[in-house]
Write a protein that binds this ligand. Structure first.
Ligand code: HEC
Length: 104
């Protein structure tokens, strides 16, 4: 019984993570891709790459911009209207993008 419950819990978690990721992608395409790139590799000089950043880091920064703890003329404005759910979704999307690195 315990393992069935655990499995259900895991399935619900997997389901909601996939939901967050796709909702985050749609939001990012609409509101973030112009500067941070469609796949989180920044297209604008001065904007950081977000692809592959840990979800906890992305959400922390967005909350910091929203609260004013971290300030930037563009990002403070962009993060202000985001709610916690949107932040989770955006963080799921950017952290879900796989990045490979090569030695220069
Ligand atoms: C008009 C360009 C622009 C748009 C649109 C934009 N950003 Fe940014 N973003 C920036 C710039 C520039 C920075 C660097 C700000 C700084 O120095 O603090 C930044 C920083 C960030 C950071 C911190 C990254 C780090 O390495 O600490 C996050 C997270 C972020 N943006 C998320 C988003 C999300 C999510 C959206 C869409 C809802 C978005 N941004 C839309 C330009 C933009």
């Amino acid at each position: 019984m315990k393992s069935v419950l655990l499995l259900c819990g895991m399935m619900m978690w997997a389901h909601s993570f996939a939901d967050d990721l796709s909702a985050g992608r749609a939001k990012a395409d609409a509101a973030c891709a112009l500067c941070h790139g469609p796949m989180g590799m920044a297209g604008l000089p001065g904007a950081p790459n977000l692809a592959g950043q840990p979800a906890i880091y992305v959400s922390e920064q967005l909350k910091n911009y929203r609260s004013g703890k971290r300030q930037h003329e563009v990002m403070s404005f962009i993060a202000k209207p985001l709610n916690d759910e949107e932040i989770v979704q955006l963080a799921a999307w950017y952290s879900g993008i796989k990045v490979t690195v090569e030695t220069p």
